[in-house]
Design a protein around this ligand. Sequence first.
Ligand SMILES: NC(=O)c1ccc[n+]([C@@H]2O[C@H](COP(=O)([O-])OP(=O)(O)OC[C@H]3O[C@@H](n4cnc5c(N)ncnc54)[C@H](OP(=O)(O)O)[C@@H]3O)[C@@H](O)[C@H]2O)c1
Length: 276
Amino acid sequence: MAHKTWLITGISRGLGLALATAALDRGDVVVGTTRDGRSPPMASSDRLHVLPLVMGDLTRVEQAFSEAAALAGPIDVLVNNAGFGLLGSIETAAQSEIDQIFNVNVYAPLALIRGALPLMRARTRGHIINISSVAAIAPAPGSGIYSATKAALSAVSVSLAQEVAPMGIWVTNVSPGSFRTEFLSEQSVRRTERNVDDYAATSGRAVTGLLNKDGKQIGDPRKAAEAILAAVDADEPPLDLVLGSDAIARTRARLDRFEDDLRQWDDVSTSTDFAN
Ligand SMILES: NC(=O)c1ccc[n+]([C@@H]2O[C@H](COP(=O)([O-])OP(=O)(O)OC[C@H]3O[C@@H](n4cnc5c(N)ncnc54)[C@H](OP(=O)(O)O)[C@@H]3O)[C@@H](O)[C@H]2O)c1
């Protein structure tokens, strides 16, 4: 298998760090981004290049792909990984909180994709991996705005895959369940500043449940990294890669509910066409 060159956003910790480490361990070249350009605490390698990048700075983000290529040579795989969660009910999310999370989780990946595609098209090859979430497939109370950012990213993946397939470019939408990273820690997850008591039984309870899971999540980030490597190495990479038994159960439950609604409302659903 020929060695690949990767650009991975957010390699300071978590899934990004696990993926960068796994790719380096097998001899690949990695350009990883961190906010300050400092290398994360991993075995140092002359095949690791670190690019400073704050995801909110969209002008810089759009240039990052060509900067990475200038550092390490043509990039084979772009991984839009950096992101964070926002917990709280939809009503209580302030516009500034919504803007901030859409900036990092949606607009920054879009800017990177815009920067990457001209170079990938010129080579008629490349693979874009977007780290979405099972929350995009089966949104729960208490994380609706986060789910909305990931649903937007998933929709971009599915549409983009069809647009760029004829150009030899693959797109994979990764939907992890709960992985034991710092995602739910105070260093990562944000909570809406405002709270309304009426939501205590729905989003309030869901948020408490999520925060109690910190450090006990079922998913192993190193195994997620291996799964992503397998997808990148496949002759026919998947469009959707759901990671974790919890994510599979949530996805199946959502699909069953969707299927039930389609079946039960079929007469109504199909009654809206013009007669001719
Ligand atoms: N862990 C899970 O259960 C889970 C489940 C589904 C999806 N995901 C997704 O997986 C991806 C990675 O999350 P994780 O679990 O590895 O969480 P994590 O341990 O909190 O790591 C998040 C990474 O994103 C970076 N990042 C966040 N906001 C940034 C910004 N504004 N500018 C630059 N970098 C930023 C962080 O950099 P700093 O260290 O500088 O903050 C860090 O490298 C995210 O997109 C997340 O939504 C995670």
